[in-house]
Ligand binder design. Sequence first.
Ligand SMILES: [Zn+2]
Length: 266
Amino acid sequence: MFLLIKEKEQAVEINNIFDSHAHYDDERYEEDRDTLFQQLHHNGVIGILDVGCSLTAAEKAVSLARQYPFVYASVGLHPEESRTAVPGYLERLKQLAGCEKVIAIGEIGLDYHYDDTDKPSQKRIFEEQLLLAEELKLPVIIHSRDAVEDTIDILSRAHTRGVVHCFSGSAETAQVYLNLGYYIGFTGLVTFPNVKKVLEAIKIIPFDRILLETDCPYMAPVPYRGKRCTSDMIAFTAAKIAEIRGVPVQELVDAATENCKRLFEI
Ligand SMILES: [Zn+2]
């Protein structure tokens, strides 16, 4: 437990945090990962889902999950990795998913942010991995950036369940994902200025569909924005959502942790 946030001018301890989306395979944790994990455990973090973005990252995520009891892994190719998808990548993902601590396929999806995006290959890699998730009966972790229409189009034809991670869209978009049965994942982005649209979306998400995540090392919430993010900082993301919904922070954290365990069958 860790005295982390203020609620109604009182400091409160937040615990039972499950970080549903982290990248501790990143080299930025290479030097102090071991002590950091101990510290996080001490600070109320009970579980971490380490999400692989490439084959190399997925392999690392699996080895972290094998090494640390409270770490789980997700394996997949991020849309920005589509171009580097080697023949046989699906087989490799399938092999990695054979580890019992691999609980999801992801992060997968579409990212049209950059002008030189190869949309057809992104769509192909996305659809292939959705089929893999279906075959393995694993939930998916969806990354969608500047590609709402195509993401929804593809997901509505797939037979998968999962979470739309680092949600930054509108209430209308959130509703479409909810109707498709998806959970919505929120990062420190909700604490940034000028995110009115997302705050509107937060108002309409049922409590049993909210997931909390860091996307660390990125997306550290205010007051740590720009710093290397760690899973205990979820308390600030939770505090923002709890404030909007008018519930105690711990209640929100508990609900999100329960949702995470339900979705990923932990
Ligand atoms: Zn991520």
